[in-house]
Design a protein around this ligand. Structure first.
Ligand code: GDP
Ligand code: IMO
Ligand code: MG
Length: 430
């Protein structure tokens, strides 16, 4: 019996999960997504190709490996169809090695309408949702009114769809949302619905399975399974900066419910953090920089959302948040990405604790969104050289090694690898 290893983000998303999953895939037989949906944007780069995945797991470019979309994931068929077509343009045929849980829930066009309506209704308190319909689709799942992938094979699918759509339109009306003016891209709701319905044909060509049996049989047969997280621990529905979070369980616990594996079947938990910190959308961000350094991180790090294109907010690494994430996830190994963005920095800072109402704390407070937080910052000298030629962990500049050591000491977790470029080849394992 083998175990499921987990790889997930420890910050507010975009830590480099897609890249690292792609790099780790050769060590596994199965790569499985367990939560989230098209709000995710996972970037892979190799052989001069750059590719962004949203719903499909990041092991897909390895043709001999099986990829699974688990029951905890949300599928938006039209976005899924676009993703499949983009892969085919790169000579990747995903029907061969991508299996989809029949229990995964569908995002309807009207879930996207409601996402927009809910954000509009929030006025100044907007979450900054990716507007892919995530919140409303998970709401229907929990309310037991959702539609699942397996339902598209049933004779009464259209009926179920129309009923749910009708309910969504009623809610939008109650919110005084202008349905006629609503657009997805440049399409009206009706136009998009047509595209969405056609996309179901693509979905039907895939192997739709009971993925909980599939994964557990793989484990029984000694196959190696890697669970790929989306978003990050600080966006978790329970432990993130609520309500400025996503609507799924982004932490290790989500692997159990999102794939149907027992807690005792969880193996290593690899957590990813950037060497600094970013956040896209609204919500607290204690180490955010509003100065030239912040802008430099954004520019050099190309910190623009892979899903929405929005500029990401940038700041120093936040150790109270990272320690919290390590605790919640049971992280056994750390992976640090993007230190190369700070190659030219004279000084690098790390938030070691928060000062709230004149008191020092290293706990994330319940009132995370309301209180004023001043980060206690520890300064480190920069390495002032390019990391592009580094070929092993031990060869990294001594200043960077000191910085990494401090991350280890304060998180209590050993670093297993450092990534120094977007490319597949530039990961230095210890
Ligand atoms: P994900 O959502 O966690 O998969 O991360 P994203 O793909 O949204 O964002 C990470 C961005 O950083 C992508 O543009 C990657 O190509 C890039 N990236 C990943 N690792 C590194 C790294 O070590 N150095 C640099 N410079 N870029 C990286
Ligand atoms: P990956 O997997 C970064 C953020 C949104 C918004 C909040 C809620 O690429 O790391 P939602 O659409 O889920 O209702 O948005 O969560 N968000 C992400 N931020 N990376 C992501 O995914 C994200 N997915 C959602 O910006 O603030
Ligand atoms: Mg991303």
């Amino acid at each position: 019996m083998s175990k499921v290893d987990v790889l997930l983000g420890l910050q507010w998303g975009d830590e480099g999960k897609g890249k690292i999953v792609d790099v780790l895939t050769p060590n596994y037989d199965v790569i499985a997504r367990f939560q989230g949906g098209p709000n995710a944007g996972h970037t892979l780069e190799f052989n001069g190709i750059k590719h962004v995945l949203h719903i499909i797991p990041s092991g897909i470019f390895h043709k001999e490996k099986i990829n699974v979309i688990g029951n905890g994931v949300l599928i938006e068929p039209a976005i899924f169809n676009d993703e499949v077509e983009a892969l085919r343009k790169k000579d990747v045929e995903p029907t061969h090695n991508l299996f989809i849980s029949k229990k995964a829930h569908l995002i309807l066009p009207t879930h996207r309408l409601l996402d927009a309506a809910n954000e509009q209704a929030k006025g100044n308190a907007k979450i900054g949702s990716t507007l892919k319909g995530i919140g409303p689709a998970y709401t229907d799942k929990i309310a037991r009114t959702g539609i699942r992938v397996g339902d598209i094979l049933e004779f009464d699918f259209r009926e179920k769809y129309q009923l749910l759509k009708f309910q969504h339109l009623q809610i939008a009306k109650m919110q005084n949302f202008d349905v006629d003016a609503f657009r997805i891209g440049d399409m009206t709701l009706d136009e998009y619905e047509e595209k969405w319905m056609k996309s179901l044909d693509t979905l039907r060509t895939f192997q739709l399975i009971n993925s909980e049996y599939f994964i557990n049989n793989c484990l029984r047969d000694g196959k190696r399974v890697l669970a790929e997280g989306a978003q990050g621990s600080m966006l978790d529905i329970d432990f993130g900066s609520y309500p400025f979070v996503t609507s799924s369980s982004t932490i290790t616990a989500g692997v159990c419910s999102g794939l149907g594996v027992a807690p005792s079947a969880i193996g290593r938990v690899m957590g990813i953090t950037k060497a600094y910190c970013t956040r896209v959308g609204a919500g607290p961000f204690p180490t955010e920089l509003f100065d030239a350094t912040g802008r430099t991180l954004c520019e050099l790090g190309h910190e623009f959302g892979a899903t929405t294109g929005r500029a990401r907010r940038c700041g120093w690494i936040d150790m109270p948040a990272l320690r919290y994430a390590c605790m919640l996830n049971g992280v056994t190994d750390l992976i640090v990405t993007k230190p190369d963005i700070m190659d030219g920095f004279d000084e690098i800072k790390m938030c070691t604790s928060y000062v709230i109402n004149d008191k020092d704390t290293d706990e994330i407070p319940f009132e995370f969104n309301e209180v004023e937080i001043r980060p206690n910052l520890l300064s480190f000298p920069g390495w002032k050289q390019s990391l592009s030629s580094a070929r092993s962990y031990d060869e990294l500049p001594v200043q960077l090694l000191q910085y990494l050591e401090a991350i280890e000491k304060r998180s209590g977790v050993r670093i297993m690898a450092v990534s120094v470029s977007p490319d597949r080849k530039d990961v230095l394992f210890r």
